[in-house]
Design a protein around this ligand. Structure first.
Ligand code: NI
Ligand code: MN
Length: 230
């Protein structure tokens, strides 16, 4: 069984018998981070949903230190390569069976750029990431608003064992839309992410969990540093 550890904000560490993979490792400068980069176990891959600093975070550093492979959209992966990383570039709708598991990028309604000084470098489309290992599928929605094709993604790629859903509002959907997103995706368990890191995204994750339960689903609130097997 893979083990998911929520490291704060949108960062998810997935440990399986074969290898470890991290998604959106924003640790340095993240006031809610449970781990610092040196606390992260050896990694086979760094999966990035989009180019914003609160998602790329320590990804380039961790990838180089572990000789781990970055997987992201073409623009973001190529940027990471230019910074000295090994990278595999993909794009929305595509899946690949890789040595550390199966990765599929799907759409997310957001933006994606990397800020260098006062300039923004275009980083391609923002994405959600489906990551399958040991016969289990995790769906990290990235940063997104609510959209009805979440149902299609859930149906087409299911069964989804665990979905990580942003709930913090302001930059992504808020609680009530995230409850609807949970219903559309149809994952066995949903875990809220992207909240309480900064004042604009403060909210109560137990309100989300209660509303998901009321709608017939199952949500697990992980505090930063907490884990669950799935
Ligand atoms: Ni973002
Ligand atoms: Mn974000």
């Amino acid at each position: 069984m893979p083990k998911l550890t929520f490291c704060g904000h949108s960062c998810a560490l997935v440990e399986s018998s074969a290898c470890n993979v991290i998604i959106d490792p924003f640790l340095t400068g993240n006031p809610t981070a449970s781990h610092q980069p040196e606390d992260i176990p050896p990694l086979a891959a760094v999966l990035l949903t989009h180019g914003h600093g609160d998602h790329v975070g320590d990804g380039i550093h961790l990838a180089k230190r572990n000789r781990a492979t970055v997987v992201a959209t073409y623009e973001l992966a190529t940027y990471c390569e230019s910074e000295g990383c090994e990278a595999i570039s993909m794009n929305v709708g595509g899946a690949a069976d890789l040595s550390f598991g199966r990765v599929k990028l799907v759409q997310a309604w957001h933006s994606s750029s990397f800020q260098v000084g006062d300039r923004f470098i275009y980083m391609g489309m923002p994405t959600g990431i489906l990551y399958s290992v040991e016969g289990k599928t995790l769906y990290h929605l990235g940063d997104t608003g609510l959209f009805s094709d979440l149902e299609l993604i859930g149906k087409w790629n299911g069964p989804i064992d665990v979905a990580l859903i942003p709930i913090g509002d302001h930059y992504t959907m808020g609680i009530d839309e995230a409850v609807e997103a949970s219903r559309l995706v149809g994952a066995k368990t949903v875990v809220p992410i992207h909240y309480n890191t900064f004042p604009p995204i403060e909210c109560d994750p137990t309100e989300f969990a209660d509303k998901v339960a009321k709608a017939g689903g199952k949500a697990v609130v992980l505090k930063p540093g907490e884990s669950m097997e799935y």
